[in-house]
Design a protein around this ligand. Structure first.
Ligand code: PXL
Length: 291
């Protein structure tokens, strides 16, 4: 199978394990050629550190994309995360046609906030722009807070509630994206997982694993990066999500065991081999069955 190529559009936080610094190792473990389009350069992420530096890279993004176009560099997947400004959303939306290969897909992690709050650099204008941006997406991966913000419905906690979830999903469908995964949903006692909906085929399911209560920053970035790797390897959404949920559960468990009280990033390194193994196994099976 020809090696897949992805463009990861998110910031570089020098310390703190999120965005591109987790996308690169995870996607490499998945065997994907990973290029980055950095939206900003920060000393740390903004979720718990104070006094961080922030360099906006909007102008640089235009130049990088123009060069990719001139050099005929194209991608199988456009994967977006943390943006630094509304203008950047427009730049990437405008470039989509030129940078995607035929049949290429768009995976949007609509990074806006967590635990019911917007991240510090965002405001309502940014939320409105993100609603527009997700129209182009084949798949979006909001957490519950982000799903509520996109749906313009009040956040009432991460607890699963069928009526509320259906209301959110119906609004997300109206935004125009093709499929959605809501992450970080709390199911009953001690379980956390995802809700999946394909708005075209109607396919739906939930997946859950054991929950730990330590808030761990960057979990969403690890999740979406692993999911991108599995999808590019040709797994169905259901299998890709099953493997991703299991991977993330192991990463969190290992983080808590090895580093009690740790908060700023997921210790995912020890579990990367699982992604590589899953994908090698699939390639081997596909080769045998002539897929
Ligand atoms: O994990 C999302 C994220 C990415 N990048 C930066 C962030 C955050 C969340 O706070 O601050 C810089």
């Amino acid at each position: 199978m020809k090696q897949k190529r992805i463009l990861s559009v998110q910031d570089i936080s020098c310390f703190g394990k999120c965005s591109n610094t987790v996308a690169l190792p995870i996607l490499s473990a998945a065997g994907v050629e990973t290029a980055i389009l950095p939206t900003a350069l920060l000393s740390t992420h903004t979720g718990g550190f104070t006094g961080y530096t922030f360099l906006d890279l909007t102008e640089e993004m235009r130049g990088i994309l123009a060069h990719f176009d001139r050099a005929d560099i194209r991608f199988d997947m456009l994967y977006t995360g943390y943006f630094g400004s509304v203008e950047q959303l427009q730049i990437v939306a405008d470039a989509k046609g030129a940078i995607l290969r035929e049949g290429g897909t768009v995976l949007v992690d609509p990074v806006l906030g967590d635990w019911g709050k917007l991240y510090s650099i965002y405001d309502d204008t940014f939320v409105c722009a993100m609603r527009e941006f997700v129209r182009e997406a084949d798949l979006i991966t909001p957490n519950v807070t982000e799903a509520c913000l996109l749906a313009d419905l009040p956040y009432t906690g991460d607890q699963y509630d069928n009526e509320k979830t259906e209301a959110i999903l119906s609004r997300l469908a109206d935004l125009g994206c093709r499929r959605a995964v809501i992450t970080g949903v709390h199911f009953g006692e001690g379980e956390i997982g995802i809700v999946y909906r394909d708005f075209e085929s109607g396919e739906k399911f939930t997946l859950a694993s054991a929950r730990t209560d330590t808030p761990l920053h960057g979990t969403g970035d690890v999740f979406t990066s692993a999911l991108a790797g599995y999808l590019l390897a040709g797994f169905t959404p259901r299998t890709a999500l099953t493997r991703t949920v299991s991977f993330i559960a192991e990463c969190i468990e290992k983080t808590e065991k090895a580093l009690p009280g740790h908060w700023y990033g997921v210790k995912f390194e020890d579990s990367l081999y699982r992604i590589t193994e899953d994908i090698h196994k699939k390639q081997w099976e596909d080769a045998i069955t002539g897929k």
